[in-house]
Design a protein around this ligand. Structure first.
Ligand code: ATP
Ligand code: MG
Length: 402
């Protein structure tokens, strides 16, 4: 008998021949997320689940009281980390015991002793079809045992507590709380993207959405120091640090943008400035993407949110990029973005005031419907390649760890 975490994945189960790749990635990400808490080799790939052995001490094995005593504490330690590992649909922390109804009953009773309840139900998943009882039979037998022991009532709909039983090939598992994972796909299994990360609300949420679909995100932040303070850099770094909880290790490029902005302000018509800034950011970010072996760019743009985010202007931004620009928030309202930023822990940082490189030197009436010819004409006096090369060679790369 030993304490164990059971982890279930969903969508990655549908990946046909690639399933092994996804499962291994998920296992490795769980190991990284729990580093310092449990040993890597304790995280094991099973048939249809990943298990984490949580006993430090094998002498515990015979004593059900001792084993269950730790379960709630382990739950508290592990759940905040596991709830951030993409690819996990749900998990439970409980006890592994032998493949016998007696043993399951003993564990279930010990777990329930630590829970206040009046009504309960038993829910069994029988992965091992060779087991001599069916799931409903196990539910009935264990249910009757618990009912007698606790003089409590079985209630199938909304019970106070549910006893979850899983019948594996060589062992069974029992736990009493099913905890939600974040879903999605394991970070890293979809390849790499470069996200343009400001200090605002949107781009951190956009980065999060991409990580959720398995992309590893490299961050690029543009700053206008010395024209404005370094606050936005600290803020972007702090945001990247929060997001690193979901991918364990990140790279952030801190790119000086003042020289480029100065050129644009000096040499181009003011209504086009914001779009011209954005086109330059995209060109520089694409150079980073090539260096990093990324497949696309990501921004926090949302349709119609500001002047540079009309369909036409987005198209004019796309024109300068060879790589696709992914905009996961394109259809999100600001409220939805804010809600997600609260949930993932970036809200407080984004809400702090900061001077943005684009609010700085903003035109009074920005163009909402730029056309290609006027943009190309406006960019004629700029030495675009030189600006890209200089921005890149003056940028700093930092590594953030979890
Ligand atoms: P955000 O909340 O992400 O700052 P926003 O609503 O303020 O977005 P804009 O300022 O128009 O919108 O920026 C649009 C997108 O351009 C951002 O979501 C981000 O991806 C990128 N961007 C803007 N400023 C910067 C910057 N200083 N560094 C890196 N990317 C930026
Ligand atoms: Mg912004």
């Amino acid at each position: 008998m030993k304490p164990v975490a059971l982890i279930h994945y969903g969508e990655i189960g549908l990946k046909g021949k690639n399933i092994e790749f996804f499962k291994h990635r998920l296992r490795d990400n769980i190991r990284r997320s729990l580093s310092g808490v449990v040993k890597g080799e304790a995280v094991k790939l099973g048939h249809s689940r990943i298990t984490i052995e949580l006993s430090k001490n094998s002498s515990l094995e015979a004593d059900v009281e001792k084993v269950t005593e730790n379960v709630h504490q382990l739950e508290a330690t592990l759940s905040s980390r596991l709830s951030k590992v993409f690819g996990i649909v749900y998990f439970g922390i409980g006890v592994e015991c032998s493949l016998s109804v007696r043993s399951i009953e003993e564990v279930a009773a010990a777990l329930l002793k630590r829970v206040k309840f009046q009504t309960f139900k038993v829910e069994t998943k029988r992965g091992n079809k060779a087991f001599h009882l069916t799931s409903p039979e196990i539910n009935a037998e264990v249910g009757a045992f618990l009912q007698k022991n606790f003089s409590s009532e079985v209630k199938l709909k909304d019970p106070d507590v549910t006893v979850y039983i899983e019948i594996g090939d060589r062992e069974s598992y029992v736990y009493t709380r099913k905890l939600a994972g974040p879903g999605g796909l394991p970070v890293g299994c979809s390849g790499k993207v470069v996200a343009l990360l400001s200090a605002g609300f949107d781009s951190p949420v956009a980065s999060y959405q991409m990580m959720k679909r398995g992309a590893e995100v490299v961050f690029v932040h543009f700053h206008s120091y010395p024209f404005i303070s370094k606050d936005s850099i600290d803020q972007a770094r702090a945001l990247a640090k929060v997001l690193t909880q979901f991918q364990y290790r990140s790279r952030i490029y801190v790119v000086p943008f003042a020289a480029t902005q100065q050129e644009i302000v000096a040499k181009t018509p003011s209504p086009l400035r914001v779009i011209l800034y954005r086109r330059m950011m995209v060109r520089i970010a694409e150079a980073v993407a090539k260096k990093e072996g990324a497949e696309s760019l990501v921004t926090g743009e949302s349709l119609g949110q500001v002047a540079s985010q009309t369909l036409r202007n987005l198209r004019m931004i796309d024109e300068v990029a060879e790589f696709p620009i992914l905009r996961p928030l394109i259809s999100f309202d600001k409220n939805e973005i804010i809600r997600t930023s609260r949930a993932i822990g970036t809200f407080e940082i984004s809400a702090a005031p900061y001077a943005d490189c684009c609010s700085f030197m903003m035109p009074r009436s920005p163009s909402t419907w730029a056309n290609k010819e006027e943009l190309l004409e406006a960019e004629k006096p700029l030495d675009i390649q030189k600006l890209i090369d200089e921005a890149l060679s003056n940028s700093q790369v930092e590594v953030l760890t979890y």
